[in-house]
Design a binder for this molecule. Structure first.
Ligand SMILES: C[S@@+](CC[C@H](N)C(=O)[O-])C[C@H]1O[C@@H](n2cnc3c(N)ncnc32)[C@H](O)[C@@H]1O
Length: 244
């Protein structure tokens, strides 16, 4: 169950507003939408300045865009890669650490049966809990704990690690994963990745591949069809492993 909130989309720009309180008039840069309109059940509502808006139930990406940003989040290109390569689904049991701002764990919970999240920093834990409440997922369990001290969950399908010292978690991950389960490690720096990969020696964790995914956006507007001038050059390396 998700909290009652709506997304307002302004045509034709596609600009979005998250309406958290349907019992208050909502202010946009193109006028006020009266609370009566918000509660009317209509899909198209009109502001005090005569602008039409589309009023919908927010999708997961609509809510994801509204997460409070604390620690650096995993972005959609890397999340998509993890979902595609591990094939997690409605039957999957997942452990994620560190939870950070909740971007990855919420995207996992959007498709998985159960996601347990470890986050040991109290301020980051507060942001994580707030973001989980915004989305309203009940299939997420939050633990304010250091994952380097151990993983209580067993027979896990996927463990994701987005934290600075994943090599301290390798042995715990090996115990918690089911045979054939995936361990995915995300790191911005290849020297850290090397240290993690070394930590898997003499374990049943097999390294499958390390990927850096680059995303280039294009400007498409009337007579202009070309790549954007600016590009996000680097986010991180993703290493996929499996317990075999
Ligand atoms: C880069 S952030 C994770 C961002 C998250 N994946 C997201 O998409 O929003 C790294 C987080 O790991 C947490 N962390 C670092 N070491 C940890 C540990 N041993 N146990 C639990 N959390 C840890 C940090 O406090 C920080 O919030």
């Amino acid at each position: 169950m998700r909290p009652i909130q709506k997304i307002l989309i302004e045509p034709p720009t596609g600009k979005k507003y998250l309406v958290k309180d349907l019992e208050e008039d909502f202010h946009t840069s193109r006028g006020i939408i009266p609370k009566k309109e918000l509660a009317s059940g209509k899909t198209v509502v009109t502001s005090s300045k005569g602008q039409s808006f589309i009023l919908l139930q927010p999708s997961f990406p609509d809510l994801w865009e509204n997460l409070e940003r604390g620690p650096q989040v995993l972005i959609q290109k890397d999340i998509g890669l993890i979902l595609a390569k591990t094939g997690v689904n409605k039957d999957s049991v997942v452990v994620d650490a560190g939870g950070g701002s909740g971007s990855l764990c919420l995207a996992l919970a959007n498709v998985c049966k159960e996601v347990t999240v470890y986050e040991n920093n109290p301020e980051h834990f507060r942001i994580l809990a707030k973001n989980v409440a915004l989305v309203g997922f009940k299939q997420i369990k939050l633990k304010q704990e250091d994952i380097a001290k151990g993983i209580a969950e067993k027979e896990v399908d996927l463990i994701t690690l987005d934290l600075p010292e994943p090599w301290k978690v390798t042995k715990h991950a090996e115990k918690a994963l089911k045979v054939g389960g995936f361990l995915v490690v995300y790191l911005p720096n290849l020297l850290q990745m090397k240290e993690f990969i070394q930590s898997t020696r003499d374990t049943s964790i097999t390294i499958l591949e390390t990927i850096e995914l680059l995303e280039r956006k294009w400007k498409i507007d009337d007579r202009i069809v070309r790549p954007e001038f600016e590009m996000l050059g680097h986010t991180g390396f993703v290493t996929f492993c499996r317990k075999l």
